[in-house]
Structure formats: C-alpha cells, structure tokens
Design a binder for this molecule. Sequence first.
Ligand code: ADP
Ligand code: MG
Length: 288
Amino acid sequence: MPTNVTADAEILFDVRNVTRRFDGLTAVAGVSFSIARGECVSVIGPNGAGKSTLFNLLAGADMPNEGVIRFDGEDVTGYAPEQLAARGLARTFQHGRVFGNLSVLDNVLMGAHARLDAARRGLPVAGAVAELLRALFQPPAVRREEAALRAEARAVIARFGERLAPRVDQPAHSLSYANRRRVEIARALMLGPRILLLDEPTAGMNESETAEMLALLLELKREGLTILLIEHKLELVMTLSDRVLVLDEGRVIAAGVPHDVRHDPAVIEAYLGHRQVGANDLSRAVAI
Ligand code: ADP
Ligand code: MG
C-alpha cells in the first residue's frame, strides 16, 4: 500500500516499520508513513487500534521495539521528549495536562522553555552559570527577553479569543475542561513548533467548541504548520487532513486522501465488523 508518495526533501517526519509490543500483545505492528512539511496527517481507528501507543512512540514518551523515526532527516528513535521539543516537536495529551496552580499566562510561558534551553546551548557560558548570573543581575537583555516572551504568550492566548484572553491571570484549575485543553494547545504553540502532535484536541468539546477548534487548526495549517492529529470526530478529520491513516490492531489498513479512506471497505469493516453498511454509517460510528 503506497503510504509515501512524497519526495524525500519534502519529508519532515518519517516513520519506518515501527513496532511496539506489550508482553504478548503487539500494539503497533510495523507501521510506516511520512509527513511532508506543511501537511496535516490524521490517524484514526477503532478503540484499541494502537493510536495512543503510536503517538507516544512518536513523541518520545515510549520506545519502539523495532523501527526508525526520523525528524527532518535526523534519526530521533528513542529520543526523550525534551530532546524532541528542542528540535521543534510539540505535543498535547489526550486528557489535557496543565499546571493547576499556575496562571493561564504562566502555563503558556512554560511552553517556551524547551526553545530557550535549545537557544542557550549555543551560549559561551555554561547553562547553570548563565542562569545564576541572570538571577543575580537581571541584565537588560534578559528583561527584554522576558517581556518579549510575555507579549508572545499573550498573542498566542489571543488566538483563542474570548475563551482565554479574559482569563490570562486566573489559575488553570479554575478553568473549564475545554479551556484547559486550549491552554495546552497554546503552550504547545509557544514552543514555535515545526510539527504539532495533537491527541484528540476536541475530546470533551461540544459542537460549537469543536467548530472553533477546527477553525484554529485550519488557520495554523494555512500558516504552514505541520500537524499530526489523532481524532475521533470524522468531520473534523475529513475537513482538516491532507491524508488519513487508518490503524486497526496495530496495523495500517488504509492510507490516503480523506474521501478515499472514508469509502474504503476495509475501513468500514474495521469500524463496524462484518455488517453491510454505507459510508454514512461509518461517519456515525466514529463521530463520537
Ligand atoms: P487506541 O489509542 O487506538 O485506543 P492504544 O494504543 O491505547 O489504542 O492501545 C492499543 C493496544 O495496546 C490495546 O490493546 C491496549 O490494551 C494495549 N496497551 C496500550 N498500552 C499498554 C501498556 N502500557 N501495557 C500493556 N498493553 C497496553
Ligand atoms: Mg487512545
């Protein structure tokens, strides 16, 4: 099955024969695909298909038993999340993770850390010493840097409109579930990512919240951001994705443009077993 039709120079993220076994179970079985720069690729599949396991492997939260993961040509297999973040990979979690006692603004500022750490590696002064000097003297350059970061964080928060902007100084624990998810995405954007991995960004969101999130993701895509998405809401997947990858029992059973995947008999069967159903039933089955 052709899952890679893109010229090498265009490929930002490449996954080859990645496998993850848990005891007797192979959760991800020899998965291969690639993502071109600026592309949005979605991974769908029934519960237990291996989506979250695959996502964790790609984000450095887990190690594959076999296979190679390349980010912009570099073999990053087994790299820790911080190493991937320093290279421009940002992720969100399926159930949203924010620092409850920190304000919205501080939560979003946290997203710049990996970026700053990477930049500071280029400094002539050793990291810890540089930190100490900054703490003692707060040179104007550092104050300027902090002010610039705060302005940038406010600009990122402003992308979420009235949902987050009036709440910048509130502690994250006071936010609704949907708003916590927005904060998480804002924090990921603060990294200035080259690729954004989103695990069910609209989980727990109602129809209008989902539509807002879709509008934001479309905007990010228009700006050229490369996106890998795990998502259950098929309409969102079909609208946003350039290509869709369907997993079942750890394997890629279909890959292609949204329209083809939606009408692929193997996909319909994976979702609904052996019953005779049409494409609309597939959308009902996965639009949960
Ligand atoms: P999905 O996200 O598509 O619903 P998962 O990746 O969560 O699927 O799970 C794929 C399979 O791997 C499931 O059968 C699940 O029970 C199993 N699995 C996932 N994580 C672990 C783990 N840490 N230990 C053992 N089995 C796991
Ligand atoms: Mg999952």
